[in-house]
Design a protein around this ligand. Structure first.
Ligand code: S3P
Length: 189
């Protein structure tokens, strides 16, 4: 029986590598990533969640009890494993793509997609939660502004960029597909 729908078929025929979603906290990596994976019939991995499961601690607890450097090392080790998988969708944590080793692994062996969002959109989204240790260290708005300034030059290096705004997820996923197909058609494997 045919299991793929038309939507997933085009992408299945095109993709040869995992897709890594990158971008600041609140840009929708997990929300859009999980929905896209479902629609395209691909596996989805949320790096923060995998690390939490493997460590038996939340990201906040890992930062508090083991330190940020430990968490960053776990991100690198996990990337080294995920990069070897067949086509799938991976939501990174917002800081992962800042690590030179992680970035280089992704850029060489996968497709990176930056979910780019305006500052106001991000601030509104991250203000609802207290699960992000970096933003709990002071004024959320100021920390987010400074992370955005520091990190934008790295996110800009992603192979593909998709605007993440308050459009319905369906519209963003359609854009994501279009931009990925455009990128892969211009890339020699
Ligand atoms: C971080 C982002 C978080 C998480 C950790 C550090 C960052 O992931 O990995 O709190 O450095 O930007 P999300 O981007 O999924 O919130």
């Amino acid at each position: 029986m045919e299991t793929h729908n038309l939507n997933s078929d085009t992408i299945h025929q095109t993709l040869t590598k995992p897709i890594f979603l990158v971008g600041l906290m609140g840009c929708g990596k997990s929300a859009i990533g999980s929905r896209t994976a479902k629609l395209w019939e691909l596996q989805f991995y949320d790096m923060d969640k995998v690390i939490e499961q493997e460590e038996g601690l939340t990201v906040t607890q890992i930062f508090e009890e083991k330190g940020e450097a430990y968490f960053r090392q776990k991100e690198l080790e996990l990337t080294e494993r995920l990069i070897k998988l067949p086509p799938c969708i991976i939501a990174t944590g917002g800081g992962a793509f800042m690590n030179e080793n992680i970035r280089s692994l992704i850029q060489k062996n996968a497709i990176s997609v930056w979910l780019k969002a305006d500052y106001e959109v991000l601030l509104e989204r991250v203000s609802r939660k207290k699960t992000r240790p970096l933003l709990e260290q002071g004024n959320k708005a100021e920390i987010l502004r400074s992370l955005m300034e520091q990190r934008t030059p790295y996110y800009e290096q992603a192979h593909v960029t998709v605007m993440s705004d308050n459009r319905p997820h369906k519209a963003m996923i359609k854009q994501l597909k279009k931009n990925i197909l455009q990128f892969t058609s211009g890339t020699k494997e």
